[in-house]
Design a protein around this ligand. Structure first.
Ligand SMILES: [Fe+2]
Ligand SMILES: [Fe+2]
Length: 356
């Protein structure tokens, strides 16, 4: 006996965590509900004005709302209509005066009303609906918590993967002193071009990350070839040409890199179709990869190599003029030439930030 009383009290205490709001223009109903639900341990608020109910839901948290269908100045379905504009989560139970006055089922579904019952002096049926409602709310909370935890774990995993790839990137650059800072600069040059042609933030982000990791596949090219100071043999050159595919292989394990794969894979294609690895031609080459190709070539020309100094700016500009339409997308080459002619300070700023 005592145990069941304790259980009861415990249940009631649990119920106190849940806030119920009732709106009915008949004060008598609100009074009875108040007595009944408070006795069952719920945190209860009752109002007789539908407008007040809307304001309460707007400003406070409630778990469940019980509302009368036929009310003045407007009906229950209109109250829900208003509330659903800013709150999709509130669990709503509708009380109807008479069966034939119930709103059509279609309205109930559309407004996401979870249950309804006929008004009666006894509240047994309503209490059952409330209890099952509370159970649903508890489950929803639980699902939301699990989802949040999963999301959190997923973000941590992605972050860890990003960091490990970042380490690989530094390893590549450490192996080859001539490419130090190269991917940072390619990343920023690409974004600069992307901004000039008004790309979306999402594309700019793809260019940024794509630039950072475009040469990641060089981790799979032997050091002796990467660091060789004399001319490469044909075989060695074909080893180098594997780096886009190796890069794709490394990055394809994580969905965060999905968008940059085309850049990694195709940044050595040429507009005339004589590039690698797929010999794509013109517009077949993914647009962002065509942008990265320009940034990449520019950085190669303006970096010191074991066999030559950085090329002077005039020579670089001439290279872009000469090779637009063959190596480079002609329109993008013109955009880049315009940057070189008229906004070179922005290029210089990037070069000074990541000194080779
Ligand atoms: Fe490359
Ligand atoms: Fe590169």
């Amino acid at each position: 006996m005592r145990k069941s009383l304790q259980n009861n009290m415990q249940n009631n205490n649990n119920n106190m965590n849940y806030k119920i709001l009732a709106v009915d223009d008949e004060e008598g109903i609100i009074d009875s509900l108040s007595i009944f639900l408070k006795r069952s341990g719920y945190n209860f608020t009752g109002v007789t004005d539908p407008r007040q109910a809307i304001e309460l839901v707007r400003n406070e948290h409630f778990d469940l709302m019980i509302l009368d269908f036929i009310m003045t100045p407007f009906h229950g379905d209109q109250v829900v209509e208003e509330i659903r504009k800013f709150n999709k989560e509130l669990y709503i139970l509708l009380l109807t005066g008479h069966k034939d006055l119930a709103p059509p089922l279609e309205t109930i579904k559309r407004l996401d009303i979870q249950g309804y019952c006929e008004k009666s002096d006894k509240f047994d049926q309503l209490l059952l609906l409330i209890e099952s409602g509370i159970k649903s709310i508890e489950q929803m909370h639980e699902i939301k918590k699990i989802n949040d935890e999963l999301k959190d774990t997923y973000e941590k995993l992605e972050q860890a993967y990003l960091e490990s790839i970042e380490t690989l990137r530094y390893t590549v650059e450490a192996k080859d002193t001539y490419t130090r800072g190269h991917s940072d600069r390619v990343s920023e040059f690409s974004v600069l071009i992307g901004k000039k042609i008004g790309l979306s933030d999402q594309d700019l982000r793809t260019l940024q990350i794509g630039g950072l990791f475009h040469d990641i596949g060089k981790i799979g090219v032997p050091d002796t070839i990467l660091q060789k100071e004399s001319k490469l043999t044909d075989d060695e050159y074909s080893e180098i040409k594997n780096h886009p595919s190796i890069g794709v292989h490394i990055l394809s394990n994580a969905t965060i890199f999905k968008d940059i794969i085309p850049i990694v894979k195709h940044h050595h294609e040429r507009y005339d179709g004589h590039g690698y690895p797929s010999q794509l031609k013109g517009e077949e080459i993914p647009y962002l990869a065509r942008i990265t190709a320009i940034a990449d070539s520019f950085d190669a020309m303006t970096s010191r190599r074991s066999y030559r100094d950085a090329l002077p700016l005039d020579v670089v500009k001439e290279e872009f003029r000469k090779n637009k339409g063959t190596q480079f997308d002609p329109e993008l080459a013109d955009v880049f030439l315009d940057i070189l002619e008229n906004h070179f300070d922005e290029i210089k700023e990037i070069q000074d930030k990541y000194l080779g």
